[in-house]
Design a binder for this molecule. Structure first.
Ligand code: B16
Ligand code: MG
Length: 218
């Protein structure tokens, strides 16, 4: 890959779900169970709209198909219930669920003295990283517990950059959600699209596999 406008890169901020590990299917099962209990239509196409979106915003999308109106307290209880199903499912997660190439890329970045961080909307980030034995692998973790505004707001990536002590202009973000790429752009960081976000025209780079990240940053 040719890199025509290389900036000096000192840190890579990884999104979690869809970049480091795929918990999509577990989110789907959790929402599906809740939807069935509440008799709300829900399918995998609707689930795709929840990628990278916060828990409460995800619930609002699910409730678009509800005939019943829920109060704020009821909505909070629904979100909590879905999370309890999701957390139960996370128990099955192991290092085998790490997406291909991730371990090699993390190792290589460390060797080149490039800092690595997580920038995720998930409030379950620490739990997930522990399950896949990568909790100690990152120099900083910014997640759903650190922020008020979800992607495309840049907050989570700016928190990661602050925790690392590396200004945004030296940071690269790797994301699988369009909202995450927009958040990286809004943070004035270099954006790299993978998976579902691949081919998004506003991303600085699109890659087929995470290994190609090394061509961009090293
Ligand atoms: P939680 P990411 C996101 O993670 C997921 O993609 C999204 O589906 C989920 O709703 C969100 O985290 C919140 O997760 O309910 O665990 O707080 O892609 O930003 O790493
Ligand atoms: Mg994601």
């Amino acid at each position: 890959m040719t890199n025509l406008y290389r900036k000096q890169i000192k840190a890579v901020i990884f999104d979690l779900d869809g970049v480091i590990v795929s918990t999509d299917n577990l989110h789907y099962k959790g929402w599906k169970k809740l939807a069935e209990e509440e008799q709300i239509y829900f399918d995998e196409i609707i689930n795709n709209r929840l990628r990278g979106v916060s828990r409460m915003e995800s619930l609002e999308i699910l409730l678009e198909n509800s005939k019943k109106e829920y109060s704020t307290e009821e909505k909070a209880a629904l979100a909590e219930r879905k999370n309890s199903y999701y957390v139960e499912l996370l128990a099955s997660l192991t290092p085998d669920n790490i997406l291909p190439g991730v371990n090699e890329v993390l190792k290589e970045l460390k060797c080149k003295d490039i800092q690595v961080a997580i920038g995720s909307s998930s409030k379950n980030t620490a739990n997930i990283l522990k399950k896949i034995a990568l909790f100690e692998a990152f120099d900083a973790i910014a997640d759903g517990n650190d922020i008020k505004h979800s992607k495309p707001n840049p907050e989570v990536f700016l928190v990661a950059s602050k925790k690392l002590g590396i200004p945004p202009e030296y940071c690269v973000v790797v994301e699988d959600a369009v909202a995450g790429i927009q958040a990286a752009i809004n943070a004035d960081m270099t954006s790299v699209a993978v998976g579902d976000a691949k081919g998004y025209e506003l991303a600085d780079y699109s890659i087929d596999s995470i290994n190609q990240l090394l061509d961009i940053v090293i």
